[in-house]
Design a protein around this ligand. Sequence first.
Ligand code: ATP
Length: 299
Amino acid sequence: MNDLALRAINLTKRYGRFTALDDLCLEVPAGEVFGFLGPNGAGKSTTIRLLLGQVRPTAGRAWVFDSDAADAARAHRSLAYVPADVALWPQLTGAEILRLLACTGPGVDLAYRDELVQRFALDTSRPARAYSTGNRQKVALVAAFATRAPLLVLDEPTSGLDPLMEREFRIAVAEARDRGQTVFLSSHQLAEVEAVCDRVAILRAGRLVEIATIEQLRGLHRAEVTVSYVGAPPPGLELVPGVDTVEQVSPGRLRFSLIGPPAPALRALAAAEVTALAIREPNLEEIFLDYYGAAKSTR
Ligand SMILES: Nc1ncnc2c1ncn2[C@@H]1O[C@H](COP(=O)(O)OP(=O)(O)OP(=O)(O)O)[C@@H](O)[C@H]1O
């Protein structure tokens, strides 16, 4: 099987004169847990629909392993999909739905499925019409995680789950990774993406603005440094490359923001009698807001 689970080349979708997705180039290696982020309307669902072969690209192409994404019947043999709005057969019970879904995919680990039903505290004896949004989501997640499909495409999969179930979700993603499955996770839950993903892509107004590991993203964004010292403050700190907004928070205490490697700033600090130093790296939410803040006016 191909080493790439997903590949998009110049993938573009226009609706009339409006460009929902613009020239997306993306590669997701098999076995990776990949986060797909973007504000509302950025083009995440459009991308997923293109990857699933549900809409045709205006330009470009996409592949799921060796299959052209447009050949949905073939491509879907190697993936399981959890949509953002899970719709189930209202008259069937959870158990009947899980049995039905098991017949459609590339095979199911039944023992693991039963374990997931317990872990997600899902009452499978009830008809789907009686399920809450979160319970419908659980049925779809249990069905997806229990398949042996090499690729799991999850579109906002935890929006209806409570924190305990979110925790189960994170564990299930880690187990999928351990089995060698690839996970493509579109999410608004930035802490979740930060916790489970190897790499993330950030989409803004239909364009890919960043694709990197969380560590790399942190390196591109501001860390907040707080330094305590006795005697004279470190001289010339504001002139050091990467240092910005130096602020005296109290006598003997400075705070500044730092982008890039800390070595030049540390050399400058060495000139003072530093008694304490704290570097707080940005979390994914702050990184995302950096991009999002700059994007507000563009769509
Ligand atoms: N069938 C369509 N016809 C016209 N415009 C569309 C169509 N589908 C999507 N769009 C537009 O394309 C843009 C991207 O939509 P998309 O649903 O991909 O965003 P998203 O990132 O998934 O957003 P959300 O996080 O809100 O789900 C939006 O501005 C949307 O209005």
